[in-house]
Design a protein around this ligand. Structure first.
Ligand SMILES: Nc1nc2c(ncn2[C@@H]2O[C@H](COP(=O)(O)OP(=O)(O)OP(=O)(O)O)[C@@H](O)[C@H]2O)c(=O)[nH]1
Ligand SMILES: [Mg+2]
Length: 296
């Protein structure tokens, strides 16, 4: 997990701390850091910001030791995660009654699996979730959620292929409210993001569902593409927070950092495997320590 980014920072810290007496060489190593960051899914604008913040501190004369360097990096990285609107599904579910969540994302990123994981998480915390299969477009989408329903014992509301997904969502909410469900987890179609029809469909679902939270699901392994998807969905319907999946197989490491920098929205969970328990709350401090010092 995030191994390559950790190596980039550790190489930089080694090199730069041996060059502290030469400002010119130190600045060169910061430029090199920038390029290595970009090669590991750190968006160019983020890498540039890290480099310019470091350069500013070098020029101010505030970096005199290896410790100063690590401290500066820690401050810079953490600053991207502070001041974001934090989201806690459990407290939202307690206060909203019901909590409605729409999941967004392109094909194959892990939306449906994530919904099942979140459903299990909500049930473990005493809530009564209903999964809503509002992907009436892709063959097999309804069945996939049904399989998760059979495995987890968490009910699913399905409909007919080709039917209007917004109408299905409306029916699902009426059905669920009458039966005491208090968390609605709405799966949506994951067509490619250039599709205008999909945007209109998602807008309609959002109008009907009036979700409390819109969660974007992205696959870490898609790197910079995940950032493009984030921009796209945020412009199309707005995104409140992100789940980054397949982090268990993800070595580069820059996706969570870049997403947060670009969207100014938090990463809520990371997916770390295919089991229902493989969903971890994302902790920015742990992430920064892991990529910076290899701790945890
Ligand atoms: N290793 C790993 N695999 C995951 C994770 N999340 C999902 N997957 C796998 O990714 C594949 C696709 O997951 P789905 O949940 O079907 O993805 P989707 O976004 O619903 O896909 P579509 O409905 O086709 O758009 C499945 O094989 C999942 O088991 C994760 O965190 N780690
Ligand atoms: Mg799906």
């Amino acid at each position: 997990m995030f191994k390559k980014l950790r190596e980039v920072f550790s190489r930089f810290i080694e090199t730069a701390s041996s060059l502290l007496s030469s400002r010119e060489k130190l600045l060169e190593s910061i430029e090199e850091l920038k390029l290595s960051l970009v090669a590991n899914d750190v968006a160019y604008e983020v890498a540039e910001n890290i480099a310019s913040e470091l350069t500013r501190r070098v020029e101010e004369g505030s970096i005199k030791s290896r410790e100063d360097l690590v401290k500066a990096l820690r401050e810079i990285l953490l600053s991207y995660f502070t001041g974001l609107n934090s989201i806690d599904l459990l407290s939202l579910a307690s206060s909203r009654k019901p909590l409605k969540i729409v999941f967004l994302g392109v094909n194959g990123v892990g939306k449906t699996t994530t919904i099942a994981k979140v459903a299990v998480y909500m049930r473990e915390n005493g809530f009564k979730p209903l999964m809503v299969a509002a992907d009436t477009f892709r063959a097999g989408a309804q069945e996939q959620l049904k399989i998760h329903s059979e495995r987890t014992g968490i009910p699913v509301f399905t409909g007919k292929y080709g039917s209007d997904p917004a109408a299905l969502v409306y029916d699902a909410i009426q059905y669920g409210l009458n039966r005491g469900f208090n968390v609605f987890l709405i799966d949506t179609a994951g067509r490619m993001h250039v599709d205008v029809d999909l945007v209109n469909e998602l807008k309609k679902i959002v109008r009907v569902a009036k979700p409390d939270v819109k969660i974007l699901v992205v696959d870490a392994l898609t790197g910079n593409d995940a950032l493009e998807q984030a921009r796209f969905f945020n412009e199309a319907v707005g995104v409140d927070c992100v789940v980054v999946t397949k982090v268990d197989a993800y070595e580069e490491g820059g996706v969570p950092l870049s997403l947060v920098y670009i969207l100014k929205k938090p990463v809520l969970f990371i997916g770390v495997g295919q089991d229902y328990k493989d969903l971890k709350p994302f902790n920015p401090i742990e992430y920064v320590e892991r990529i910076l010092t290899g701790l945890q």
